[in-house]
Design a protein around this ligand. Structure first.
Ligand code: IMP
Length: 192
């Protein structure tokens, strides 16, 4: 089976991505013995994804892909965007980030938002970028208990459920990461 490193230790993402690419063995950072905090110092999703993939390729020598995702809210000019994980501060968790976003959108009519994922792939000394977008809106209260991050307050366009009310398969079909990963898979399958 073909193997590739996914530069993450987020168990939710690993499960999501492994379910989407059963034909590849996805190796985590723990599997390669990487326990460092990889810097995410760029101010774009693409920049951070590339930084993480480059860190692994340079220091560990593996072909690798890395993702970075942001929730882009229209009326907040794209915030929290690349800062989605730390929206409510460096020690923020999903709940604090959600509360801050709900507060900032209080009484706002325009609740349009999108999740956007950038994936950087380093393979055979070449670099590639893939993007996936899921459009939707921010709910005014939390719905559902599955998933992670902003899932309970994100309702994808045309669907009457939040991400947190979907199972992983349902979410993967329409999600930003699902779309970006499928572009990555198509590429890998064409080129390997
Ligand atoms: P990351 O850089 O891909 O880890 O994503 C940054 C932040 O965006 C995460 O810490 C989450 O708060 C949020 N996020 C990313 N993907 C999702 C998702 O699929 N659902 C909900 N929140 C997400």
């Amino acid at each position: 089976m073909n193997k590739i490193v996914f530069a993450t230790n987020n168990p939710n993402k690993l499960t999501e991505v492994r379910a989407l690419i059963p034909q590849w063995e996805i190796i985590s950072l723990t599997d390669i013995g990487c326990f460092e905090d990889i810097p995410e110092t760029e101010d774009t999703l693409e920049g951070n994804a590339q930084l993480k993939a480059d860190y692994i390729t340079k220091n560990y020598g593996y072909d690798c892909f890395a993702d970075d995702t942001g929730l882009e809210v229209a009326i907040l000019n794209g915030a929290p965007g690349v800062y989605s994980a730390r929206y409510a501060g460096n020690q923020a968790d999903g709940e604090k980030n959600i509360q801050k976003l709900l507060f900032n959108l209080k009484n706002k009519k325009n609740r349009k938002a999108q999740f956007r994922t950038a994936i950087a792939l380093n393979i055979d000394t070449k670099k590639y970028l893939f993007e996936g977008i899921c459009k939707g809106e921010i709910l005014s209260t939390k719905k559902g208990t599955s998933g992670f991050g902003y899932d309970p307050i994100f309702k994808p366009k045309g669907i009457e459920k939040s991400f947190a009310e979907m199972n992983q398969t349902e979410k993967g079909i329409i999600s930003h990461r699902g779309k970006a990963i499928r572009k990555l898979i198509e590429f890998l399958n064409r080129n390997k």
